[in-house]
Ligand binder design. Structure first.
Ligand code: NAG
Ligand code: NAG
Length: 525
């Protein structure tokens, strides 16, 4: 049995567009989605698209163009300052340590910002007389674009295309207690050992210190230079003026964590209602035997050409021995030794493939969006994580019981075959996937509608600054209650000291009465 996806948000949006264009007022929105990663843009642009479909006028600044964009959705395409970063996935930078990854992101970000703000098209926008009611920003790299919120004096709504870094929660005063909220650059769960909590806490502190003293001063300089305004506020102050922070996360695919009202979880907002598959592909999948079919895609990161021949052989041998059909996203024309039950395709409508009722298993690199789509459709996974947050996602899949994580280095025909047979042969994996899917779907409204709601909420309430958490306005030592702890400790110490003094006086008093007699009797002896 397959979980029925909720009503298509797009159709709902269209139906409500007319009604709401009056209610929320059609707004002019500037969406700054300059992060040069296609997977990021797939997430962020889905909000811009939904807003345009509801009658708002959205200008989308990004290095991409959007095919079949709705009316009122304007592409403002800028150059990608990082050469071909747009064609390779952003996460594709190997196995860095968590701190190394954060440092890499910061340096990348500063270079990207300088490049963005030097773009002649963006320069025109900076000096234009345009007016916007709202600025949307993907807060990840390229934070200097936050200057546009100041430039147009518009409320700011930020979004993270992944679970969100700790500092993104800080923008809206959201607590991230390191005792049970793992940093998303680590692959820890929410139940950490002492050593893990130590590493988690140290990393979070280093990130905050590095941001404050290394990264933001450089970004401030880049922003002021790019906007040609030496009196601009600090980025740190603009960030803390974020009306709503949205994260592409949800407790069904992450862990329960605290969230202030301005910290909104919209995990899976990019997922669309399934469309019919291309005729020929559908016929091939429909004709799969009763054992069904397996879908294999390593996302855009691992291209077929990059796969070592020995690994390719291992996959082929394992697949050839299975009763299932296998649909493999493979970017080349031919695959030497292709078994008859394997079909290749250079590009596949992944969400629609995952919706096919004969699908039994998804072999994935464990990227966040693929993981969310697998959960949405209730499909068990075998994950072969390579880098970024993939290991975290697959650890979570294993812990939730709907998947198994396999190290790419360990892949042989035997290991892979045994793992596939284990997941295919044990109904508990698909039952867990279905259970999680039901949880993923069970929300007051679908994530894209949640994202639209909070965006319009900010517009309706002129920035909704009543959501601002007081955590943003107290000093750090007040936030950590160090003054209160100091006073309470002093009071406790004082109470103990007084009790000691009293006890001593009492004992002396006792001794003064009884002790005297003892001495006296001793003397008599
Ligand atoms: C486009 O936006 C304007 C307001 O900026 C609105 O009046 C108009 O109805 C929108 N058009 C569509 C097709 O939604
Ligand atoms: C915060 O945002 C509002 C718009 O919502 C703006 O009027 C205000 O000046 C901003 N404050 C700072 C410190 O940037």
């Amino acid at each position: 049995m397959r979980v029925t996806p909720p009503l298509p948000s797009v159709a709902l949006g269209l139906a409500l567009a007319v009604a709401l264009a009056g209610g929320a007022g059609a707004a002019r929105i500037l969406a700054l989605y300059a992060v040069p990663g296609r997977s990021h843009f797939m997430v962020t642009s889905s909000l811009a698209r939904a807003l345009a479909e509801r009658g708002h006028e959205v200008v989308v600044v990004s290095p991409f163009t959007t095919p079949d964009r709705p009316a009122n959705y304007t592409d403002f395409t800028i150059a990608d300052p990082m050469d071909n970063a747009a064609t390779t996935d952003f996460y594709n930078f190997g196995n860095l340590s968590p701190l190394g990854m954060v440092l890499f992101l910061w340096d990348f970000s500063i270079g990207m910002c300088r490049g963005n703000l030097a773009d002649p098209k963006l320069k025109t926008l900076i000096h234009s007389k345009e007016k916007f009611d709202l600025v949307l920003l993907e807060g990840f790299v390229g934070d200097c674009l936050i200057g546009f919120a100041h430039r147009f004096n518009a409320p700011l709504v930020q979004m993270s295309a992944f679970h969100g870094a700790v500092w993104m929660g800080d923008w809206v005063g959201n607590p991230s207690p390191p005792a049970y909220v793992p940093d998303p650059f680590l692959d820890f769960s929410d139940r950490m050992t002492f050593k893990q909590r130590l590493v988690n806490t140290a990393l979070v502190l280093l990130e905050r210190a590095g941001r404050a003293w290394y990264y933001l001063p450089r970004m401030d300089a880049a922003m002021r230079e790019g906007f040609g305004d030496p009196d601009m506020p600090h980025i740190a102050d603009l960030e803390r003026n974020t009306s709503v922070m949205m994260v592409n996360s949800h407790f069904s695919v992450a862990y329960p964590r605290p969230a202030v009202p301005a910290y909104v979880q919209v995990g899976g907002l990019h997922i669309k209602k399934p469309k019919p598959l291309p005729q020929e592909l559908r016929a091939w999948l429909d004709a799969a035997p009763a054992e069904g079919f397996i879908y294999f895609s390593m996302g855009s990161n691992l291209r077929s050409a990059d796969m070592p021949a020995a690994k390719r052989e291992a996959f082929l041998r394992a697949f050839a021995a299975l009763p299932q059909r296998v649909l493999w996203k493979w970017e080349e024309d031919a695959l030497p030794g292709q078994p008859p039950n394997v079909r290749l395709a250079k590009w596949l409508p992944q969400q629609d493939v995952l919706a096919h009722p004969k699908l039994r298993l998804f072999i994935t690199h464990g990227g966040l969006m693929s993981t969310q789509e697998a959960v949405y459709h209730g499909v068990p996974v075998v994950g072969i994580p390579l880098f970024g947050d993939q290991q975290l996602n697959m650890n979570r899949a294993a812990a939730a019981g709907f998947g198994v994580s396999l190290d790419f280095q360990d892949v042989t025909a035997e290991v892979l075959g045994a793992t596939l047979r284990r997941v295919l042969g044990d109904a508990s994996y698909s039952q867990a996937a279905k259970r999680l899917s039901a949880i993923f779907h069970d929300r007051p409204r679908p994530p894209i509608e949640e994202a639209v709601y909070w965006t319009e909420y900010v517009i309706r309430h002129d920035g909704a600054h009543h959501l601002r958490s007081a955590a943003l306005d107290v000093a750090w030592w007040q936030y950590l209650l160090l003054d209160v702890v100091a006073v309470l400790t002093a009071a406790a110490a004082l109470a103990v000291a007084l009790a000691c003094l009293a006890a001593r006086a009492f004992l002396r008093c006792l001794r003064g009465g009884g002790g005297g007699r003892v001495t006296a009797s001793k003397k008599r002896d």
